[in-house]
Design a protein around this ligand. Structure first.
Ligand code: ATP
Ligand code: MG
Length: 238
């Protein structure tokens, strides 16, 4: 009898199998399965409260799972600590306040610095030129858009292989939404980074992502390459 793992576990960078997780005693993830291969750009959509942030938090070890498994490069990280998962190359830009208001931009970036150093401070500042002259500024005194750039920069300073962005464009001006989307796309295309993007803006998602997954009632209801889905189909599932 063969003892090898199923192909989708060994080939996927990330493999989420039948995960259940509660938040505040209520079931949120209810048998969620999702595989993400190296170099993919997957958008995760779902209505408010569907469990998108809970999924990303569970992947980073911030929300405990009740059952199911999470593998990274074939290694079981279901119960791994957050620092270990970050050291394995996973970074999250959280939905809110992924930065330290009372620290300068430079100190925020230093906080995120770890890992291989494949992505340098210069790389990050080249992606967000507005931050180049703001090194000593306290992040709490910056605009919402600039703060979000700092939050993404902190995540990038760990040179992640898998970058997870939780609604990074919410509340931003349209031009900044485009900046954030372009940076995500560039990280995927030029740096080969695998990206999971949680977003509400379906039209934008269909422009930048390669694959779309829709969460409803704590499970994946649709999982397709972007060219095989329309915005209308997605709306119907939300
Ligand atoms: N701190 C909390 N206390 C109680 N319930 C919570 C808490 N955080 C989340 N929840 C609940 O858990 C469920 C899933 O929340 P989650 O944040 O994962 O949803 P989401 O899909 O990210 O939604 P949104 O689009 O609003 O960000 C929701 O029903 C939410 O009300
Ligand atoms: Mg959320």
């Amino acid at each position: 009898m063969s003892t090898s793992a199923p192909e989708k576990v060994t080939n996927a960078l990330l493999s989420v199998q039948d995960v259940h997780a509660d938040v505040a005693g209520q079931p949120v993830l209810q048998g969620l399965s999702l595989d993400v291969r190296e170099g993919e750009f997957v958008a995760v959509l779902g209505h408010n409260g569907a469990g998108k942030s809970t999924l990303l938090r569970a992947l980073l070890g911030l929300t405990p799972t009740k059952s199911g498994s999470i593998h990274l490069r074939g290694e079981d990280i279901t119960s791994a600590s957050t620092p270990r998962i970050v050291d394995s190359g996973v970074a999250l830009v959280p939905q809110q306040r992924g930065y330290f208001e009372n620290l300068s931009v430079n100190d925020n970036l230093s906080f995120g610095e770890r890992g291989s150093g494949r992505i340098t401070r210069a790389d990050v500042l080249e992606m967000f030129p507005i931050l180049q002259t703001r090194g000593d500024q306290l992040v709490g005194t910056m605009s919402g858009g600039q703060r979000q750039m700092v939050a993404i920069s902190i995540a990038l300073m760990s040179s992640p292989d898998l970058l997870m962005l939780d609604e990074p464009s919410v509340g931003l001006q349209p031009n900044l939404v485009d900046t954030v989307m372009q940076v995500a796309q560039r990280l995927n295309a030029e740096y080969g980074m695998t990206v999971i993007l949680v977003e509400q803006n379906i039209e934008k998602v269909l422009q930048v992502a390669k694959r779309v997954a829709v969460i409803n009632r704590g499970r994946i209801m649709l999982d397709q390459p972007v060219e095989k889905v329309t915005a209308d189909e997605i709306w119907r599932l939300l």
